[in-house]
Design a protein around this ligand. Structure first.
Ligand SMILES: [Fe+2]
Length: 405
């Protein structure tokens, strides 16, 4: 079955493919009377190009096969249990049977995939499960019905006719690919934008990226929904985007800002909000970005909001931002380390920081260690900030540039 070689990588590291329909066709095929026959189809029919080229390790191959076989077995059991309850020509009954069998297959498959991804990435099962089951149901439900139709057509018209189903299956695969690509493009663009701000600001490369991951982890620890966690992560990445509206001589001033300059600098959350506002997909981040410098006791800016009046996402980002700033090296000072950073957060909780958020961060680090956020997905390149690059290029002659122009 060529279908297996056309798998698509979806978010959260779960791979979607179009093998569900052919495997379920085998499950629904009444000529394959026992559940083990469907298992053999699942085993042999899903051999992939990646297996043969040995692009995935042998235990990966074994696990993929194993999860398809187990899922096919679960689906066969679900079929055996539910089919006798309805007459074969009962349309509603047949639909219910198809849905139950499909759900048994998808849930088993996703569960096994999630366990593997969770073991590989050390992220909690619940988080990956929530994302993966939503994507799998979105992607595979149509395949459940196509699988049943394939079995019926194979039985009534002939096996050759099942090949015609490759057309809708390939179309389905095309839309998975587009979905995955669009998502990757969106996150890639947001990440590039956030790195541009880091560079201009003289921050260490990856500051915004780390703030985003710390904020996301806190949001998860506090039990926010997946949609809100994603918003906090994106807002964490873009929280300082408004700094591109602050004059360079203030933003890059090596000395302390005077009170007037400080006032101008404090406009950056307002600039940030107005930059994000026009984009429909970024609009939910506007309140989070606008209020990321509000202090818990009302002494922050731009509105001087207090406690619960500050969006929870902003209360999380201010803690993540402070923790990241204290635990990473800067041009003008060394990192103070995890223990002293936590000490500072605890000292200012209830004043600058929401005590609940500080507690969530402390629990998180107790559980996963202070290295919990050290892994970055950014390529480890030898960076220089925009400020450093400007200084370096300023020393080089401009003659070549003039020629080019
Ligand atoms: Fe900021």
């Amino acid at each position: 079955m060529g279908a297996a070689s056309l798998s698509v990588r979806l978010p959260a590291g779960v791979v979607a493919n179009i093998t569900t329909a052919p495997i379920l066709a085998a499950v629904f095929d009444p000529l394959l009377a026992n559940p083990f026959a469907a298992c053999w189809i699942a085993l042999l029919g899903t051999i992939e190009v990646r297996d043969i080229r040995r692009e995935i390790p042998w235990y990966g191959t074994l696990y993929n096969k194993f999860s398809n076989v187990i899922a096919a077995f679960a689906a066969s059991l679900a079929l055996a249990a539910t089919r006798p309850a309805f007459a074969p020509d009962d349309p509603l009954g047949t639909t219910i049977v198809i849905l139950i069998v499909g759900l048994a297959f998808i849930a088993t498959n996703v569960f096994l995939a999630v366990v593997a991804v969770s073991a590989r990435t050390a992220s909690p099962i619940t988080r990956i499960w929530a994302m993966a089951i939503r994507d799998a149901l979105f992607g595979a439900t149509a395949q459940v019905f196509i699988g049943w139709l394939m079995a019926e057509v194979g039985l009534r018209v002939g096996l050759w006719a099942t090949l015609l189903f490759m057309v809708p299956l390939l179309l389905a695969r095309y839309s998975f690919t587009k979905y995955a690509e669009t998502r990757a493009l969106f996150f890639g663009t947001v990440s590039a934008l956030s790195q541009a701000i880091d560079a201009k600001d003289g921050f260490t490369r990856g500051h915004a990226d780390r703030v985003s991951r710390i904020a996301g982890a806190i949001a998860r620890e506090m039990g926010l929904s997946e949609r809100h966690i994603e918003e906090v992560e994106l807002a964490g990445m873009l929280h300082d985007i408004g700094k591109i509206g602050v004059e360079d001589q203030i933003l890059m001033k090596p000395a302390r800002l005077d009170p007037h300059e400080q006032q101008l600098m404090r406009r950056h959350p307002i600039y940030g909000a107005s930059i994000l506002e026009p984009s429909e997909s970024l609009r939910p981040l506007v309140p989070l970005v606008l209020h990321h410098h509000e202090n818990y006791d009302g002494s922050g800016y731009p509105e001087g909001r207090k406690g619960e009046e500050i969006p929870l996402g902003s209360r999380i980002i201010i803690v993540a931002d402070a923790y990241e700033a204290m635990t990473s090296d800067r041009i003008y000072r060394k990192a103070i380390g995890h223990d002293r950073a936590m000490e500072q957060l605890n000292r200012y909780k209830g004043i600058q920081f929401d005590p609940q958020v500080v507690r969530a961060l402390a629990t998180l680090i107790d559980e996963r260690g202070s290295q919990a956020f050290e892994v970055s997905e950014l390529p480890p390149i030898n960076y220089e900030t925009l400020a450093e690059l400007r200084k370096r290029l300023a020393r080089e002659p401009l003659a070549r540039d003039a020629h080019a122009g």
